[in-house]
Ligand binder design. Structure first.
Ligand code: ADP
Length: 256
């Protein structure tokens, strides 16, 4: 059986809990990600996608229910342990790249290893390998604001991968990229997933971006409404089904 790397049981998130403004953003989510999955999370604005991704990646803690990452329940860890665990197990890619402008591309990519006091030679070797793979090795001395969006996002991928995380968590990773760079980024993520078995969980609003994944999880009003497996579908047929799910939702909103 495939190894489960991420699991939620009855995950519930209430903002402003125990106040008159309490708002239940996630209701009762049961969800599993297996090693080597590439999951795309979609849903209308305000449906709970960010809340969900934050709760499954230790950024936030559920109000009730359980989140397991690599079999470890996040809630049972101290905040120090969570920090270490996050660094050892998860790589993050964000819409706005989140690179530090005061640091070179090299320093940004090396950051997770520098923080963990890995020795300099090993850091140099690991950065060199990834930078070559992601085609940013000629940019390592530059600062992020001297590089294009696509180059910055490729450096952010290097940073996310530098520690060999079990899971990549990506929140709208193509949100600030043009279509050519978006397609290139998705091919990189797809290759990491297919060839290196990296597990990916990604939020996006774009059906074309989702068509690179192997499973769509569609969230609506804080619940999983639909799950679509790509299975044997061609990317084009999978894309058509993704569009149908999204447009059925839009039609429903129009009819309200
Ligand atoms: P999405 O990412 O799908 O746009 P979010 O997860 O950001 O949705 O938000 C889900 C719901 O939770 C929305 O109704 C939003 O207004 C509410 N929400 C999000 N963050 C907070 C917060 N910090 N405090 C109160 N309500 C919040």
């Amino acid at each position: 059986m495939t190894e489960t790397v991420l699991e939620t049981r009855h995950l519930k998130k209430v903002y402003n809990y125990n106040t008159p403004n309490a708002f239940e953003a996630l209701h009762d989510i049961n969800f599993e990600v297996h090693k080597g999955d590439f999951v795309a999370i979609m849903g209308p604005s305000g449906s709970g996608k960010s809340t969900f991704i934050n709760n499954i990646s230790t950024i936030d803690l559920p109000t009730s229910g359980k989140v397991f990452i690599n079999g470890k329940e996040v809630r049972t860890m101290s905040s120090n342990e969570i920090g270490r665990f996050r660094y050892q197990n998860l790589g993050f890619i964000f819409q706005d790249f989140n690179l530090l402008d005061t640091h070179t591309m090299y320093e940004n990519i090396a950051m997770p290893l520098s923080l963990a006091h890995v020795n300099k030679t090993e850091i140099e070797q690991r950065v060199a390998v990834l930078a070559k793979q992601m085609d940013v090795e000629h940019l390592l001395k530059k600062y992020p604001n001297e590089c294009s969006g696509g180059q910055r996002q490729r450096a952010a991928i290097c940073r996310a991968l530098i520690n060999h995380p079990r899971i990549i968590v990506a929140d709208e990773p193509t949100g600030n990229l043009d279509s050519a760079n978006s397609a290139e980024l998705m091919k990189i993520l797809q290759r990491l997933n297919n060839e290196e078995g990296v597990t990916i969980v990604m939020v996006t609003h774009d059906p074309l971006i989702t068509s690179y994944s192997s499973r769509l999880v569609y969230i609506k009003d804080g619940e999983i409404q639909t799950v679509l497996e790509r299975e044997g579908l061609s990317q084009d047929d999978y894309f058509q089904k993704i569009v149908e799910i999204n447009s059925a939702e839009s039609r429903e909103i129009l009819q309200q």
